[in-house]
Ligand binder design. Structure first.
Ligand code: LLP
Length: 430
């Protein structure tokens, strides 16, 4: 991130603090998050989507990483928040995010989650099934509320990303299909409920995407549905949400696009398609998660055992692993790694950075180079672990989830503390 440098001893500094001192104070493994970088990225998205001629809201996708501090920063920077569970909603509300700036997602929201969201006055709920439309209508009615909703549609785009995080092709659990007519039927059912206010259509095509072509197709198809709705029902819906999914650089081979460029191209497509369909251009929303928080944090590990396998590679074990970063095991994700507690002039050696879990798939960085004089006690950092690492962390092998430490202006502050054995034992009734 922007404030990373090396001091005279070769120790990496972040936000003016050196990692050796950070490790000493906060322990390892730990996630260090650059607050200024987070705020700058959030602001860049917000500004890009509220610049001239673009009428749009940015909902940060809380699933990427959420904590009370994050919610406060988002609020201060003018962003809204997408939550997809009662837990995320609770954190958002506890940190003071106004209800109207929260959107609720999910393919199987519980009645309790829907009730809590309606009670909190969330700006909109993205409905994802016929059953949910009826369920939510009943809840809104019982609370005497007319609840704004968007309908999540499946636009049939094959986003070029890993199968588990691509979401707009037909054969998966999210959304109501445009092709099969389920989306049009969901519109009819929603409009039939006086306690629901249909505000628009939602599409999310996948995650870690670099090519905006998929968004173009999605925008075109969503606008097509708006035109059909106008023709069938005589109403023009005021909003579309194109979801999240913009990719970040995990390694030097990834080439992400800037928010301003994305905003301009999405707004242009929507404008053009609406003009062609003779529709008023709707308000546009997006839901970036990874693109805001992903690059802002790195994980700091201490090297433990080092095992050279002749003619293969050297296995470098760290004090964390798949419990703090499941993405390599789950998606074959690629990360880089650097020695950060000193510089070394030694030759590079091919390594695989692995964790300490009882599983051979417990890999953090599959292929990387580290100096051949690497030794136990060295600190290594894996960058770009701000998104979907702490939020997908587990207690496998009763690992204690690492803390998240926010670094800013030469000071560091724990925003999510490290778990303790007492935390684990508290849940175990015996
Ligand atoms: N909006 C909706 C409706 C979503 O389902 C998602 C992500 C987002 C926004 C935010 O996507 P982003 O901008 O962060 O890519 N665990 C996976 C990613 C799963 C994404 C799920 N939905 C990973 O670690 O790559």
């Amino acid at each position: 991130s922007r404030t990373v440098a090396r001091n005279a001893d070769g120790v990496v500094t972040v936000g003016g603090l050196d990692v050796a001192a950070l490790a000493e104070e906060f322990g390892t493994p730990a996630y260090f998050l650059d607050e200024d970088d987070f705020r700058a990225r959030a602001r860049a998205w917000h500004e890009a989507f509220s610049s001239e001629g673009i009428d749009a809201d940015v909902y940060y996708a809380g699933k990427a990483f959420l904590s009370k501090a994050i919610v406060r920063w988002l609020h201060e920077e003018g962003l809204s928040l997408d939550v997809c569970s009662g837990g995320e909603l609770a954190v958002a509300l506890a940190a003071g995010m106004p209800g109207h700036r929260i959107a609720l997602h999910g393919n199987n929201k519980s009645p309790y989650e829907l009730e809590q969201a309606v009670k909190a006055g969330v700006g909109h709920i993205v409905v994802d099934s016929y059953q949910e439309i009826d369920r939510l209508a009943a809840i809104a009615e019982s609370q005497g509320v007319r609840q704004p909703v968007l309908i999540r549609v499946t636009v049939g785009v094959e986003a070029h990303t890993h199968e588990f995080i691509a979401t707009a092709h037909e054969d998966q659990k999210f959304g109501l299909s445009l092709n099969g007519g389920a989306a049009a039927e969901a519109v009819r059912r929603t409009l039939a409920h006086g306690s629901l206010e249909l505000r628009g259509i939602h599409s999310h095509i996948g995650s870690q995407i670099f090519d905006t072509a998929g968004f173009e197709v999605a925008a075109r198809r969503v606008v097509g549905l708006l035109a059909e709705i106008r023709d069938e029902h005589g109403i023009e819906l005021p909003e579309i949400d194109l979801g999240g999914g913009l990719g970040i650089a995990y390694t030097s081979e990834d080439d992400p696009r800037e928010p301003a460029e994305i905003a301009a191209s999405l707004a242009e497509i929507v404008r053009r398609e609406c003009a062609a369909a003779n529709l008023r251009a709707p308000r546009l929303s997006v839901e970036p998660g990874r693109a805001i928080v992903g690059p802002t944090a790195f994980t700091l590990y201490e090297v433990g055992t080092i095992k050279p396998l002749e003619h293969l590679r050297t296995y470098v074990s760290v004090d964390g692993g798949m419990s703090d970063n499941i993405r390599t095991a789950l998606y074959d994700a690629e990360y880089s790694v650097a020695l950060v507690s000193r510089t070394s002039g030694a030759e590079p050696m091919l390594v695989r950075v692995v964790g300490k879990h009882c599983e051979s798939g417990d890999i953090v960085v599959r292929d990387a180079f580290l100096p051949a004089d690497l030794a136990a006690g060295d600190l290594i950092a894996v960058p770009a672990t701000g998104a979907y690492c702490r939020s997908m962390a587990s207690n496998y092998n009763h690992a204690l989830k690492p803390p998240v430490v926010a670094v800013r202006d030469g000071s560091a502050r724990v925003i999510v503390r490290r778990e303790t054995e007492e935390d684990l034992l508290r849940l175990d009734i015996g």
